[in-house]
Design a protein around this ligand. Sequence first.
Ligand code: NAD
Ligand code: DAU
Length: 350
Amino acid sequence: MSKKQILITGGAGFIGSHVVRRFVKNYPNYHIYNLDALTYAGNLENIKDIEESSNYTFVKGDITDEPFINSLFEKHQFDGVIHLAAESHVDRSITDPLAFVKTNVIGTMTLLNAAKTIWKDDFEGKRFYHVSTDEVYGALGDTGLFTEDTAYDPNSPYSASKASSDHFVRAYGETYGLPYVISNCSNNYGSYHFPEKLIPLFINNIIQEKPLPVYGDGNYTRDWLFVEDHAVAIDLVFHKGKNHETYNIGGFNEWKNIDLVRLLCQQMDEKLGRDKGTSEELITFVKDRPGHDLRYAIDASKINKELGWEPSVTFEQGLAKTIDWYLDNEKWLKNVTSGNYQNYYKEQYG
Ligand code: NAD
Ligand code: DAU
């Protein structure tokens, strides 16, 4: 039997690298194509351990490049697409919103069109999986949870672009019958997370004894999920999820930013052999993020009941693993913060 051809986009990024690793290792009967433009957030070091695998091919390319994407689909006749490539940082979306429209909306549309073209009306065994975020639902007050039926109400250019892409995926399902699944996940943390996001940025700053810039009063709440548990959920949704359905994925794990930062400081002081309270002194309250969403919290009971998924680690365990990974991989951290790896890619790929 010939191998299934699976396209994963954004596989050199944070979550994508964990998904690619899992699929390459667990599914020898698939050939995994990892398509990534290697933007500042993409790094081939994130998947170095699997790059020689016989069921794996890396393709450098941009999801907005229509002729390239069409020819890639034509050439490989993908059976499934797991789409993670995106501009993903809220703060960057505030300074450069158009970049988010281009990649997250136009890029997703380009992939949808290519899939629709090669699959024609024969959708048997085909699936387009769009990986999205809980931010599309907007902000919660002090109570309540996002369910799959919560109305979309995005507040940042990032979440608006992701919401738009979700709508297009659904529209392709309704209009053309494209077999899709969508998942909307809460904040991930873990290894290979680019140090512009809260947890890896603060780990890096604590190592270097730099200030920890907490936005506003720090009383914003996020629901944190260990990235490897997200990869397991993606695997389940891809294989067992129902067509035309959405699955919310979350950690059942809400933390106010300031409490999370204090826990991080405590764990890091212990691991670095510093006196208790040393890192907390680095906490600095700074100007708030415009349009800052107060609280996200996911009701993940659908994926739990229907697909049997649940997180495998507590936050304390996951955070400890994450800190250990960053302390053991200071070279990776130095490399991505110095920009050396970006120069390398420029030389290597033009
Ligand atoms: P990331 O920024 O770490 O990685 C994104 C990857 O996409 C990078 O490798 C980058 O090079 C690639 N990419 C960007 N633009 C591209 C383009 N035009 N063409 C091809 N590749 C391109 O992002 P992440 O945090 O791993 O998020 C992955 C996906 O999961 C995104 O769709 C994001 O919206 C979603 N998501 C993220 C989180 C989170 O907490 N990080 C939570 C829920 C959902
Ligand atoms: O909820 C899922 C989303 O989580 C994903 O879709 C996004 O791709 C991902 O980046 C993340 O978005 P957030 O904006 O929640 O993550 P970030 O790490 O940027 O910020 C987490 C919280 O910490 C948020 O309330 C803002 C705050 N923060 C962040 C940074 C970078 C600070 O207080 N200081 C900081 O320096």
